[in-house]
Design a binder for this molecule. Structure first.
Ligand code: ZN
Ligand code: ZN
Length: 140
């Protein structure tokens, strides 16, 4: 499984891949990045809570680069004047193909750690705005 996350102690961003669970020290401050890893997580990477911050909820979403999608849309609109709208259609199709191709990513509501390339990601609930608001309030 691939992880990307900010160290809770020194806020250093890091990405790495784990095939089996092991304690992972921060590259910068050397503190454990998974202080809240449960036994289920250690044995099969199951997300019953965030291994990083201990939050009880992790959501699943398409691993889609929104900035790229928006950039494509602007290109399509910009060119549509010259192409009588055909570019807009092309962009929409490209956008849709990209969206179909991308995998899914697990994301912690609280610490925003990301988890990729794991069959467990499929088992997660999709994004929930109420939960998101709830965690935004905790963060403050
Ligand atoms: Zn650190
Ligand atoms: Zn977390």
């Amino acid at each position: 499984m691939d992880f990307s996350s900010f160290c809770p102690h020194c806020k250093t961003y890091q990405e790495f891949t784990l095939n089996t669970y092991q304690d992972k020290p921060c590259v910068h401050c050397n503190k454990n990045l998974f202080p809240n890893a449960t036994d289920l997580f250690k044995s099969s990477f199951e997300f019953n809570q965030c291994p990083h911050c201990g939050a009880a909820h992790i959501y699943r979403q398409k691993d889609f680069n929104r900035k790229l999608g928006i950039a494509l849309l602007f290109i399509g609109i910009g060119l549509s004047f010259f192409t009588y709208g055909i570019s807009l259609l092309v962009v929409t199709i490209v956008d849709w193909l990209l969206y179909k191709r991308v995998g899914e990513v697990g994301c912690c509501y609280l610490c925003e750690s990301q988890f990729r390339n794991s069959p467990q990601v499929k088992a997660l609930e999709i994004f929930d705005l109420e939960l998101y608001d709830y965690y935004q309030n905790i963060k403050k």
